[in-house]
Design a protein around this ligand. Structure first.
Ligand SMILES: O=C(O)CCC(=O)C(=O)O
Ligand SMILES: [Fe+2]
Length: 249
């Protein structure tokens, strides 16, 4: 059986009640944590592949991103091109029609594979004290993040977000300051083997700093909606700063 057939058979068995639960959970704050999205062997294949690529191909990123109000990024990562060339499970997940269809059911709109190759998938790993993926918005509407290594629950690296907040591209730092001052921040520890779907273009979000030398490794997949595909203002500036090898920047 192909990876896609395995995924399709697995998702077909989800009870309607589970799908309805995920839909309503998503609607509440435009973020939903999903358990057991993949059959066990596919999940293991994807985890093993991510760990191998990380140990053989990781590059250290330590940058400050002006477009998101001078917030930091500090982690090891493997970019899209290496994963596309050497990976099997991660590209199969991204390319999967069953996965795309499932997320469209959860969100209630049609999702598309992101049309900009460098954002298809990326492996990120926070592993030093202080490693963080600072406050930002994504260029495209949806991020699906698979947790490969979860941090120790006492050691930070939590998913923090405020849904339904637009990205202001001028005076961004002041805007973030206002948003963080006025709102309650949602904070989630996402466990290994879980993934979460986030409306990442419309949520101010970050991964808080690791507070000890634990490890948090994820695979980030990006999906677009009609709004993104028809938006002439959509740019990739932050991507070009963080992942120059994959964007030819
Ligand atoms: O690591 C995560 O859970 C989120 C990553 C993220 O926000 C991004 O890659 O844009
Ligand atoms: Fe993000």
């Amino acid at each position: 059986m192909s990876i896609e057939e395995k995924i399709e058979n697995h998702i077909r068995q989800f009870p309607v009640s589970l799908v309805n639960y995920l839909k309503s959970d998503y609607q509440e704050d435009l973020m939903v944590v999903i358990d057991d999205l993949l059959p066990h062997d596919v999940r293991e294949g994807m985890e093993t592949e991510a760990r191998r690529l990380l140990s053989e191909e990781a590059l250290r990123r330590e940058v400050i991103i002006a477009q998101s109000g001078n917030t930091p990024r500090a982690y090891d990562s493997v970019g899209r091109n290496v994963i596309r060339e050497q990976g099997e499970y991660i590209p199969a997940f991204f390319d999967s029609p069953s996965i795309l269809n499932f997320f469209s059911r959860i969100t209630g709109e049609t999702l598309y594979r992101v049309p900009y190759a460098p954002e298809e998938f990326i492996i990120n790993s926070q592993n030093k004290t202080g490693d963080t993926h600072g406050w930002h918005w994504d260029d495209y509407s949806y991020a699906l993040v698979w947790v490969i290594d979860e941090p120790d629950v006492f050691s930070g690296a939590r998913v923090e977000f405020i849904p339904r907040v637009p990205w202001k591209k001028t005076a961004t730092r002041e805007w973030i300051k206002d948003v963080l001052t006025e709102n309650t921040i949602r904070s989630r520890h996402v466990s290994q083997g879980q993934c979460y779907l986030l409306r990442a273009r419309d949520a101010l979000h970050r991964i808080s700093p690791l507070t000890s030398a634990s490890r948090r490794t994820v695979i980030v997949f990006t999906y677009a909606n009609d709004l993104d595909l028809n938006d002439p203002e959509l740019t990739h500036d932050s991507m070009e700063t963080i992942y120059p090898q994959d964007t030819q920047a």
